[in-house]
Design a protein around this ligand. Sequence first.
Ligand SMILES: Cc1cc2nc3c(=O)[nH]c(=O)nc-3n(C[C@H](O)[C@H](O)[C@H](O)COP(=O)(O)OP(=O)(O)OC[C@H]3O[C@@H](n4cnc5c(N)ncnc54)[C@H](O)[C@@H]3O)c2cc1C
Length: 321
Amino acid sequence: MQDLYKKFKDYGKVRLNEPLAKHTTFKIGGPASFFVTVTETNNLVALLTLLDGKGIEYFIHGGGSNTLASDAGFAGVVIDVKTRNTEVQDDVFIADAGCVTVAVAQKSMSAGLTGFEWGVGVPGTIGGAVRGNAGAMGGDMKKDILKVDVYIDGEVVEMTNEACEFGYRESAFKDNGGVILRAYLQLKKAEPDAELMKKALEHLQYRNSTQPKGFASSGCIFKNSDFKIQNAECLDTLREFDAEKMEQFEKIGKISAGWLIEQAGLKGKKKGKAEISETHGNFMLNTGGATADDVLSLIEEVKQEVYERFGIELEEEVSIL
Ligand SMILES: Cc1cc2nc3c(=O)[nH]c(=O)nc-3n(C[C@H](O)[C@H](O)[C@H](O)COP(=O)(O)OP(=O)(O)OC[C@H]3O[C@@H](n4cnc5c(N)ncnc54)[C@H](O)[C@@H]3O)c2cc1C
């Protein structure tokens, strides 16, 4: 243990038995045996190489805004990615994985680039956003990524947008275990003007009016469901609830998970100190002292209830550690 502690110190700040609840937006999670904060990409690669060489388990932590960490914590190394260099090359904005997504949106606008305004309301880091193909207000990483630098199978490689296999809240990194080191956003040149800022502020105002405030959460717990894969009987049942809403869902190709949860009468449902938000059915709130087990049992209940009522299987968007 002492040996490992000394080794890890070569790469960044090391904390032992660090409570993950201090680092997740849910404010939930037991201790990580080692919590190593890395600020340089070369140190990140060196640490990953060391851990892979020794067969030590690790988990990548970005902003912790899409992670539900277990109450038992993590018996391994949590790598806290705080690499934050940015660079502009013509109309490409380059951001290290640890850059805060909101800051990248702001900096790209200040650099006279347009296309990433939607990022102003998404918590967490660029690395987390690439892995989950984060998106908001019609934009997503898939639309903006030119390429990424990735650590995978002991090597640093460049992957094109196509190779990232982006889908709705999906990417190849969820399966291949690749660690995103740097993202290259292909944007367009435009003078930073009042119109751009107005668009960004509208994004923020819309989000503030539709999402709960004042409690810890990890954003949406479930992915929205694919309209096309639902059977006719299930769609007819849902049309009986709200035909107009279903018409909107058909157009966008997704059935809102929050809406399904609301129609199932689950808003406000509690387990221990975890509660389904009254404002947004797809948000679960830590009302103070909630455990991961509280949230997990609420997740199970929601999945079961929505399946029994509508025949739709909800799938988690949140990463469970
Ligand atoms: C209030 C609120 C609102 C939100 N709104 C939105 C929204 O509008 N749209 C949206 O898409 N999401 C939203 N989210 C969810 C979340 O912000 C995004 O999923 C975000 O991109 C996660 O980034 P992160 O750095 O916090 O990821 P983390 O929670 O740190 O990690 C999530 C997963 O990604 C992995 N990961 C992190 N960094 C890397 C890396 N460099 N390489 C490989 N894997 C990595 C982790 O291991 C983990 O499995 C919201 C969350 C909150 C709390």
